[in-house]
Every structure is written in structure tokens, then in C-alpha cells.
Design a protein around this ligand. Structure first.
Ligand SMILES: *[C@@H]1O[C@H](CO)[C@@H](O)[C@H](O)[C@H]1NC(C)=O
Ligand SMILES: *[C@@H]1O[C@H](CO)[C@@H](O)[C@H](O)[C@H]1NC(C)=O
Ligand SMILES: *[C@@H]1O[C@H](CO)[C@@H](O)[C@H](O)[C@H]1NC(C)=O
Ligand SMILES: *[C@@H]1O[C@H](CO)[C@@H](O)[C@H](O)[C@H]1NC(C)=O
Ligand SMILES: *[C@@H]1O[C@H](CO)[C@@H](O)[C@H](O)[C@H]1NC(C)=O
Ligand SMILES: *[C@@H]1O[C@H](CO)[C@@H](O)[C@H](O)[C@H]1NC(C)=O
Ligand SMILES: *[C@@H]1O[C@H](CO)[C@@H](O)[C@H](O)[C@H]1NC(C)=O
Ligand SMILES: *[C@@H]1O[C@H](CO)[C@@H](O)[C@H](O)[C@H]1NC(C)=O
Ligand SMILES: *[C@@H]1O[C@H](CO)[C@@H](O)[C@H](O)[C@H]1NC(C)=O
Ligand SMILES: *[C@@H]1O[C@H](CO)[C@@H](O)[C@H](O)[C@H]1NC(C)=O
Ligand SMILES: *[C@@H]1O[C@H](CO)[C@@H](O)[C@H](O)[C@H]1NC(C)=O
Ligand SMILES: *[C@@H]1O[C@H](CO)[C@@H](O)[C@H](O)[C@H]1NC(C)=O
Ligand SMILES: [Cu+2]
Length: 566
């Protein structure tokens, strides 16, 4: 008897030990060229472990994930864990030349990924040139053992990764884009889980399929991993219930369509409550700027009910907003709310110590004999934040900062306000002279624990367009947004300080503004940039350095011994 009851007690001790304990998980990512066939084109693409999209990482809240990244490709590479804050440990964050030098061909880097309060769906991707086109995958963060989802337990979970496929080599696409100075070549297809779907030639047999059973509930873990556009998404005849965004839970939001920007993630419940049939799931780009060059294609997958029935052919197609419906895009994003429950409380900064106002602009730079553009262009595109085009240094800002060797590599004068006030969203006759930005590598220094409000203001300098702004190292509360010019005396009154969504990537609306708040409680060097790849390549980015706190436990941890050298 005694022994048995001792064993029972021991069993419970082990259980409670498991409940409170975080795990350390191990993954190996081999970066290598592997052949893939899409649109009747077979080509070598840079992948992780041969997969496009790459492998899904699955962990639990608070776990540590060690990923050994081994570069067997012929391209410099870095990997970023998008949305993971990495408390006090920017060393593994990944943006090339911001927190590390790239892993060169033949090199390797063991990256420690420290989860903290993230829960839901995030993703990982390359952060080096345009390699993320094919190097990306989901990062699933389950609740801690013994805790449950704050919504109905789904019967099945499915990944939904929206991506893009180029028949041409992506590095060549990137180099032509940089050297030419114009827009990049459009991709040849949008994809769902790597497949274009049967609206594209030569793609029907491999269309992605999701088996569903009437009466069951499905959780779609979704990311927009596309390079250059926001996307609309819908499933025919089914409403979608959003329950999470960017690795944090939201109040259930029911909608017939969703908008998702590059970098953003959504957790979406779908109830299989329709007559047995096949239904298309579809996604297409959103772009408020109608132009002939706009990539106007649609990717589909098929939601297939199980059982015996005669399916509609083709499957039922969903209705989605028109590709340029900016109200539909804005309305969806502005409808997201934090769950803000007792189990998942929020902590919106109410007293602000630092107020920032950043303009986001598309700019111009004249082509000159000394700085020529291939082809016949007279000017190349640039982009800026507060009129500064971010110049990527040749060595890691974090390494320079940590060693106190920043001088000559970056300046710490990134301005809190734009240099000029003008009618940012004026539709016509904006002075051409405003188009030419300055270039520099400027960081903005934030004190430890400083509460920050940052208003992004989109401008119409060359072209107004949505900018999905992404901040590394922190999540932020999106407290307000609107079209037109931000006016503090009016717009701050309408802030949502009760249940604003907690995000790391927010689409600042075309010719509009978005206000975010966060606490700079994570010491380190953190990139902030537009997640449209062409815009960040044109220089729409800047860097925050969050200073160390006073205590040992609020300082940046030392670097690992295997940091790749420049
Ligand atoms: C990959 O595809 C290329 C182009 O079709 C071909 O030359 C090469 O042999 C293929 N490699 C492998 C390993 O299949
Ligand atoms: C990683 O790089 C180190 C240093 O070059 C080398 O000693 C080691 O063998 C490499 N490991 C792998 C798995 O490639
Ligand atoms: C499919 O192929 C046909 C014939 O080659 C071509 O005319 C058409 O434009 C292609 N459609 C797409 C979507 O690529
Ligand atoms: C479908 O995928 C298989 C396996 O990757 C590939 O061999 C085949 O060419 C693809 N079919 C089409 C039509 O793309
Ligand atoms: C986009 O495609 C749809 C359907 O093919 C077509 O009706 C629409 O005119 C196209 N829009 C543009 C801007 O090309
Ligand atoms: C967006 O919301 C506004 C205000 O609720 C409404 O007037 C408008 O019709 C909505 N637009 C779309 C496209 O849903
Ligand atoms: C660029 O070229 C245009 C047209 O030649 C000229 O008006 C403008 O001043 C130039 N801008 C700069 C910054 O040199
Ligand atoms: C540049 O202009 C010339 C003359 O108009 C034309 O022949 C040539 O094709 C153009 N080159 C490019 C790359 O557009
Ligand atoms: C700014 O530009 C917008 C759009 O062209 C216009 O409606 C508005 O009246 C302008 N505001 C001011 C203060 O000139
Ligand atoms: C950006 O700075 C340049 C150089 O000082 C200036 O000519 C231009 O007017 C500025 N533009 C804006 C929008 O501030
Ligand atoms: C910031 O807050 C954290 C947690 O409350 C605390 O540990 C740290 O010392 C604070 N830093 C400073 C500089 O006060
Ligand atoms: C790879 O990165 C190193 C810096 O670490 C740089 O010197 C080199 O030019 C890069 N190679 C390529 C192909 O970009
Ligand atoms: Cu942008």
C-alpha cells in the first residue's frame, strides 16, 4: 500500500514538474539548392531541408528552440524568427548586417530561439537579399502543457502558407531589380503551401487539398510569406473566425474574407458546416494602386468534404473584395481586437515617455554616370523613413554596438520627427523637390523600459501604398489608424486603449496613418522595416537600440562563440 501511494504521489510530482517546466527542442536546418517543379518549370531553388515551404517548427509557450543552421548553398544566408522577441538575446534574431554577419556558404550557426509570451502562430524566414522567397516556414507555439486554447478545441490544424513562385532564379530577379532601379519582375504565381493551384497552367494535379468532415472545426495557421503584396483570402460559402494574430490571441472576429500583409500571421477557425462538396480556398493580391504592371493572379486550394457526393466542377469559388478595394483591406485590419482576458491579459502603455512620428515615403534618386542604372532609366526608386534611406552597413550593427565600436558604422541621430511638415497625403502637385531623400545608417536610442508611442504616416510622395511595418524584438499595441494626415488633437481621442491588438507587423494604410505603443523592455539592436521586400531593399527601414537596464538581468546577454564573422 505504502509503495503504491508513494508512486501515486511521485506521478503527480512528475506531472506538475512537466507543467511548470519549459522544454529545449532541437532542429537542424540544412540550407541547400534542391529541384522543384512548378508551372512546368523545374529549377533549383534554395530551400531548408529540401522543402518549399520549409519545415514547421512546433514548440510550446516558453520553450527554447535550438536550430543548427548549416549553409550548404552557394548564397550568404541568415534566418529570422519572425515575431519571437528573444529577450536580451538579439544575437539570434537574424537580419543580415543588423544583428549578425551572414552565414557564408559552407558555414553554420547554432541559433538559440527563446520563446517568452508568444502563443499562437509565428513563422521564420531568411533575412538576406531576397532568399526568403523560398526559405520560410511556420513556427507553431502551442499553449503550455496543461493549458488549453481560449477557443473551441479544433479537430484538426492545417498550415496555410501564402507564397510566391518565380520561374526565374530569385537572386537574378533581385540583382536585375537592384541594378535596373525600377520595379522588380512580377512573380509567376501566388501559392498556397507551395502550390499555385489549378487556375494556373500545368498546376492542377498538385493543387493543395484540405480534407474536412462535416461537423468538425479546423484551425488554419496562416502566414503571408509573399514578397511584395498584401493579400485577400476567402473560402467559398464558409465564414472565417479569426482567433489569433502575430502570436497573440484576439477576440473572435467573424468575416467572409480576410486581409493579410507580408509578415503577418493569423489563426483562423473554419467550421465544416456546409453541404458535402468541394470548395475553393483562394487568395489574390491587394494593391490600392491600380496599375497595369500590377500582378493580378489568384491562387487556389480545395477544401474537400469527405464522404460520397457529386462535387460541383469546378468547385464553388469564393467572392473576395476587388484587388484595389482599400476600404475592405482597412476595415478588416482595423477590426482586430486583443482577447484581453484574465488568462491572457494585456498591458497597454498609458503614460508615454517618448513620442515618435515617422513618415514612410517612396522616393527617387537620379541615375548618374557615377551611379548608373541599367537600361534607360533616368531615376531609380528609393524609399525612406523620416526622409532617410537606410543604408545597410557592411558589418553587424549589434556586434559594433556591443563592443563599443559603433562610430563610423552607424550614427545615433535618427530623428523623432520628419524634417519637413507638408500635406503628406496630398493627391496631386506634391513638390518634386521633396522626393529626394538623404541616405544614412542612423539608429534611434531608446531608454530601457521607455514607453513609446510611434505614429507612422504614409505619404503620397511618389506613390501612396500600404506599408506593412515590422518591428523586431517587441510586440506593439495598434491603438489607432485612419486615412489622411494624422492630427494628434483629433485622432488621439479615438485611440483604443482597452483591447487594441498586439502585433509585430501592421499594414499602415495607403495615404493614411497608424499609431502603435510599446514598452522598450528588451535591450538590444532591433530592425524596423517595411515587409514589402522591394521597399526594404529601397531603404524603408531603421534601427532601434534599446539600452541596457541597471540590473544584471536587464542587460544584453553575451554573444555565442559561433557568431558568423564578416
Ligand atoms: C535539377 O534540374 C536541373 C534543370 O532541369 C537539372 O539539370 C539537374 O540535373 C536537376 N538536378 C537533380 C538533382 O535532379
Ligand atoms: C560548423 O562550423 C565549424 C567551424 O567551421 C566546423 O568545425 C563544424 O564542423 C561545422 N559543423 C557542421 C555540422 O557543418
Ligand atoms: C496558359 O497557357 C496558354 C497557352 O500556352 C497561354 O495562352 C495562357 O496565357 C496561359 N495562362 C496562364 C495563366 O499562364
Ligand atoms: C507535381 O509534383 C510532382 C512532385 O513534385 C512533380 O514531379 C510533378 O511534375 C508535378 N506536376 C505538375 C503538373 O506540376
Ligand atoms: C484582374 O483579373 C480579373 C479576372 O481575370 C479581370 O476581370 C480584371 O480586369 C483584372 N484587373 C487588372 C487590373 O488587370
Ligand atoms: C468599411 O467600414 C465602413 C464603416 O463601417 C463602411 O461604411 C464601409 O462600407 C466598409 N467598407 C467595406 C468595403 O466593407
Ligand atoms: C534629379 O533630376 C531632376 C531632373 O533632371 C532635377 O530636376 C532634380 O533636381 C535632380 N535631383 C537631384 C537631387 O539631383
Ligand atoms: C533604351 O532605349 C533605346 C532607344 O529608345 C531602345 O532601343 C532600347 O531598347 C532601350 N533599352 C532598354 C533596356 O529599355
Ligand atoms: C491635403 O491633401 C488632401 C488630398 O489631396 C486634400 O483633400 C486636403 O484638403 C489637403 N489638406 C490641406 C490642409 O491642404
Ligand atoms: C529630404 O531631404 C532632402 C535633402 O535635405 C531635401 O531636399 C528634401 O526636400 C527632403 N524631403 C522631405 C520630404 O523631407
Ligand atoms: C525595467 O523593468 C523591469 C521589470 O519590471 C526591471 O527588471 C528593470 O530593472 C527595469 N529597468 C530599468 C532601467 O528600470
Ligand atoms: C557574403 O557576406 C560577406 C560578409 O560576411 C560579404 O563580404 C560577401 O560579399 C557576401 N557574399 C555575397 C555573395 O553576397
Ligand atoms: Cu512599404
Amino acid at each position: 500500500m505504502k509503495i503504491i501511494s508513494f508512486q501515486v504521489i511521485g506521478f503527480f510530482l512528475i506531472l506538475s514538474f512537466i507543467h511548470s517546466q519549459s522544454a529545449t527542442l532541437q532542429y537542424t536546418f540544412v540550407v541547400e539548392e534542391t529541384n522543384h517543379t512548378r508551372l512546368c518549370t523545374t529549377k533549383n531553388v534554395l530551400t531548408v531541408n529540401g522543402q518549399f515551404p520549409g519545415p514547421t517548427i512546433t514548440a510550446r509557450r516558453g520553450d527554447t528552440v535550438i536550430v543548427d543552421v548549416i549553409n550548404k548553398g552557394d548564397h550568404n544566408i541568415t534566418i529570422h524568427w519572425h515575431g519571437v522577441k528573444q529577450p536580451r538575446y538579439p544575437w539570434s534574431d537574424g537580419p543580415e548586417f543588423v544583428t549578425q554577419c551572414p552565414i557564408k556558404p559552407g558555414g553554420n550557426f547554432s541559433q538559440k530561439v527563446f520563446l517568452s509570451d508568444e502563443e499562437g502562430t509565428l513563422w521564420w524566414h531568411a533575412h538576406s537579399d531576397w532568399a526568403r522567397a523560398t526559405i520560410h516556414g511556420l513556427f507553431v507555439i502551442l499553449p503550455r502543457l496543461g493549458t488549453a486554447y481560449p477557443f473551441r478545441q479544433p479537430d484538426v490544424e492545417y498550415p496555410v502558407v501564402i507564397g510566391e513562385w518565380w520561374n526565374a532564379d530569385i537572386q537574378t530577379v533581385y540583382e536585375n531589380f537592384v541594378n535596373g532601379g525600377g520595379d522588380p519582375q512580377n512573380s509567376d504565381a501566388l501559392t498556397i503551401n507551395g502550390q499555385p493551384g489549378d487556375l494556373y497552367n500545368c498546376s492542377a494535379p498538385n493543387t493543395t487539398k484540405f480534407a474536412v468532415e462535416k461537423g468538425k472545426t479546423y484551425l488554419f495557421r496562416m502566414v503571408n510569406a509573399a514578397m511584395n503584396n498584401l493579400a485577400f483570402f476567402a473560402v467559398a460559402n464558409h465564414s472565417l473566425t479569426v482567433v489569433g494574430c502575430d502570436g497573440a490571441y484576439t477576440k473572435p472576429l467573424v468575416s467572409n474574407y480576410i486581409t493579410i500583409s507580408p509578415g503577418q500571421t493569423l489563426d483562423i477557425l473554419l467550421e465544416a458546416n456546409q453541404p458535402n462538396n468541394n470548395y475553393y480556398m483562394a487568395s489574390k493580391f491587394f494593391n490600392g494602386q491600380p496599375s497595369s504592371a500590377f500582378e493580378n493572379t489568384t491562387t487556389v486550394a480545395i477544401v474537400e468534404y469527405t464522404g460520397n457526393f457529386t462535387s460541383s466542377t469546378p468547385p464553388v469559388f469564393p467572392s473576395m473584395p476587388a484587388f484595389n478595394n482599400r476600404n475592405a483591406s482597412f476595415n478588416f485590419t482595423a477590426s482586430l481586437r486583443s482577447l484581453a482576458s484574465a488568462e491572457h491579459p494585456i498591458d497597454v502603455p498609458l503614460t508615454i515617455k517618448r513620442t515618435l512620428f515617422y513618415t514612410l515615403s517612396i522616393n527617387s534618386e537620379n541615375c548618374t554616370a557615377a551611379n548608373p542604372c541599367e537600361g534607360n532609366r533616368t531615376a531609380r526608386f528609393k524609399a525612406s523613413v523620416n526622409n532617410i534611406t537606410f543604408a545597410m552597413p557592411k558589418t553587424s550593427i549589434l556586434q559594433a554596438y556591443y563592443r563599443g565600436l559603433g562610430a563610423g558604422i552607424y550614427g545615433d541621430d535618427f530623428p523623432d520627427q520628419p524634417p519637413l511638415k507638408f500635406n503628406y497625403t496630398q493627391l496631386t502637385n506634391l513638390s518634386r523637390a521633396l522626393r529626394f531623400p538623404e541616405t544614412g545608417t542612423e539608429v534611434s536610442m531608446l531608454k530601457h523600459n521607455q514607453t513609446v508611442e510611434l505614429v507612422f504616416q504614409g505619404t503620397n510622395l511618389l506613390a501612396g501604398i500600404d506599408h506593412p511595418m515590422h518591428l523586431h524584438g517587441h510586440s506593439f499595441y495598434v491603438v489607432g489608424s485612419g486615412f489622411g494626415n494624422y492630427k494628434r488633437s483629433r485622432d488621439s481621442l479615438s485611440y483604443n486603449l482597452i483591447d487594441p491588438p498586439l502585433m509585430q507587423t501592421i499594414a499602415v494604410p495607403q495615404n493614411g496613418w497608424t499609431a502603435i505603443r510599446f514598452k522598450a523592455n528588451n535591450p538590444g539592436v532591433w530592425f524596423m522595416h517595411c515587409h514589402l521586400e522591394r521597399h526594404v531593399s529601397w531603404g524603408m527601414g531603421m534601427v532601434f537600440i534599446v539600452r541596457n537596464g541597471k540590473t544584471e538581468s536587464s542587460r544584453v546577454l553575451p554573444p555565442p562563440s559561433d557568431m558568423p564573422p564578416c
